[in-house]
Design a protein around this ligand. Structure first.
Ligand code: AMP
Ligand code: MN
Ligand code: MN
Ligand code: MN
Length: 289
């Protein structure tokens, strides 16, 4: 009997947003790419917060282990827009380009400064030895609020990371220091000049009303942004479809990424990453391997 079974076309799994110990991830670049290959991810972008430091080790590990994985050089840049912290993911940048190097150097200085101010604010609130412990936890990494959160959990000040954010680090809490990140336009320009594509990260996570989200998408697109994340691990089907419609409406290509930081049961490399029909993937014109 002939069922006319046709083998499906080769399918590549893209995960274009992930973190390592170079910022607030818990896996080394080597561990991350090994895990991505295990999860059958075919194309992985490492997008640490305001640093590209993990990429060289990741490239070397892929070569050494001969992994069936293509690594995209990326970075997640923190920006401020209308008093909201908006994240812009860069994909395919030339990490040696002076423009991106200069922007990331400025961001690193601002991160260091803000980290010191957060330490002072927490110490004022009687939390002991914040700076030495946060730098101990961060090691060589770009310091983020996640490192503060880990220290406060160590001290038993909260039962988990998200409780620390709620109680101490979120806007209006004692450990919150308003950041002075670059603008969305500055991030997009540096990314474009360095040969990359600028993608608006996790648009569903900024707690914006529909009106403000549309303003953000329109601004991002007008500033020359290339794409927006449409698919993440944790979202409803309705949200994914709606973001897909926004991508079309605002003339943005669609991206997808897990935003993986460490192994846990709800976020995993490559997990639930697929784009709704009709949207144009950010990788549509990337060279085939
Ligand atoms: P920063 O860029 O220093 O402000 O740190 C932001 C990082 O903290 C994000 O990339 C997340 O990894 C983490 N983060 C932010 N908010 C939360 C939260 N509510 N719960 C857990 N982690 C969070
Ligand atoms: Mn993070
Ligand atoms: Mn982010
Ligand atoms: Mn991220």
């Amino acid at each position: 009997m002939n069922h006319n079974i046709i083998a499906p076309a080769a399918f590549t799994l893209y995960d274009l947003h992930s973190h390592t110990v170079a910022s607030d991830g818990l896996l080394t670049p080597t561990e991350l790419v090994t895990r991505a290959a295990l999860m059958r991810v075919g194309v992985l972008a490492i997008t640490d917060h305001d640093t590209t430091n993990g990429l060289a080790e990741a490239d070397a590990a892929i070569q050494q282990q001969n992994l069936a994985l293509k690594l995209i050089h990326g970075v997640e840049i923190s920006t401020v827009w209308q008093q909201h912290e908006i994240h812009v993911v860069a994909l395919n940048i030339d990490i040696t380009h002076p423009r991106i190097c200069q922007l990331l150097a400025e961001q690193a200085t601002k991160r260091h400064q803000r980290a010191k101010e957060i330490s002072q604010a927490l110490e004022k609130a009687q939390i002991p030895d914040v700076w030495p412990n946060v730098t101990r936890l961060a090691k060589e990494a770009q310091i983020t609020r996640s490192h503060f959160a880990r220290y406060l959990v160590e001290l038993g000040m909260a039962s988990n990371i998200s409780q620390v954010f709620k109680k101490y680090l979120a806007k209006d809490k004692i450990g919150y220091v308003p950041p002075h990140w670059c603008t969305i336009g500055q991030a997009i320009n540096a990314i474009a000049q360095s040969g990359g594509q600028a993608v608006l990260a996790h648009p569903g996570r900024y707690r914006l009303t529909t009106k403000w989200l549309k303003r953000l998408l329109s601004h991002f697109s007008e500033q020359g942004g290339h794409g927006m994340e449409v698919a993440t691990c944790q979202q409803t089907l309705d949200e994914r479809v709606l973001l897909g419609q926004y991508a079309e409406q605002y003339n943005l290509l669609a991206s997808q990424g897990s935003d993986f930081h460490y192994p846990c049961s709800w976020i995993e490399l490559g997990r639930k990453l697929w784009l709704p029909a009709k949207v144009k993937p950010i990788w549509h014109d990337w060279p085939v391997r």
